[in-house]
Design a protein around this ligand. Sequence first.
Ligand SMILES: [Zn+2]
Length: 454
Amino acid sequence: MAPILPKISATAVSAEMRLAYVLHHFQQAYAGAATISIGYAGQQPQVEVADGAGDFFERQLPYPSAPNWREWQGRQLPFFFDLASDKPLLELRPDGRAIIHADLISAAFYLLSGWQEYFCEERDRHGRFPFSASVQHRYGFVAVPIVNYYFDILRAAVEHVTSQGLKPLRWAADAPFAAFITHDVDNLFSAWKAPAKAALLRYDWRNFGQRLWQHLTQRDAWDNLAEVQQMVASYGAKSTFFFLPEHRRSANGTPNADYKLRKIWPQAAVDKSEVGLHASLGTAVHAGRLKEDWLKIPVPCSGIRFHYLSWEPRITTTLLHIYNFTHDSTLGFAEHFGFRNSYCLPFQPFLFPNGTAASFLEIPLNVMDATLHHPNYLQLTPDEILPALTPMFQEIERFGGVCTVLWHNENFDPANTHNGPQQFRELMEYLCGRGATFVTGTEVVEILQPSPSD
Ligand SMILES: [Zn+2]
């Protein structure tokens, strides 16, 4: 049954609001960009952007017209709200001004704010905005951070005006990009269940008996947080564990945790890791239950990711903003790796009821283990995983972004040879080989220091 969607409660989003939201992020991405005026023709700015949105944002439609494709530095990129395809993308004028003939501000706002999800009515059976309903899917650019490319065009325009290079955001030790290694802890005691059930279905009583005996007498293969923490540490990285404080199933029977958090609190692994809240099913739309979950985490934590990547754009952003979470890392598509908001740096989601940036940082989720090999998602063979992800990693490196990886602790079980520990190691070796610096959510927040744009 389709979930009933909350009502739209968006303020009228003016051109000024869109400009403020986009420039706030452009200035976060490039230090020194704030000194140059960027805007539409009426403001007579130093960098002028064509106004191509018409009444699209007043009408609150989920999708704009199909984008024009234009080339920028050897890449074909989609430009929404581009009404002047006969004119060059970027005109660097001899008088020191610059004109961008596509409405990059509106297009960047549309993608970064998650406009499509907010105004679209489609949700999947878990209440999520489906990848199949996205412009990323329709026009085939989910693995390209289009907003970073738009900002690169703005950068070139600003550099023409100032005759000086703009400095992009810098990571520790001048690393070319960062990686955020995370584990949602859904299950700790269920490794034995699937093989035991399979034995039962084959009437293989002997094997079933062995599995049951092992379960009763030995540690479960998924009860492995210390091993996960150690493997991640061997690459010079710190794990972030998102713990799920609810063990009862959701109203529609979908499982939450298979453990009771207060009984298993793994202090030794936690001491060397970062802890976040893995908020249970239903909490993305329920302030009271979200708070209950949060209070059950026995140590202070201010970062969050929702179980099943649950996210209702019409409510969840406001909840996290009101509760002063410092960061979230839910926003990726379960069905496909890539960039749900077409951006590879952390950003402040748009608060539609207020017309401003939310106070928390979204550290976008780029790749989840389950996405790579799952009956409902992709079915990559182990050999296909790294080649499939490499172009996305290269985009993140190109723009000095953060690569967020979600690898569940249960997929560190050596019995998993599809998207298991070996495939995780290959990703980590790639990231290390490219010189990524590893960061926790808290460190990302410290580096970007968000401040509300109002
Ligand atoms: Zn989960």
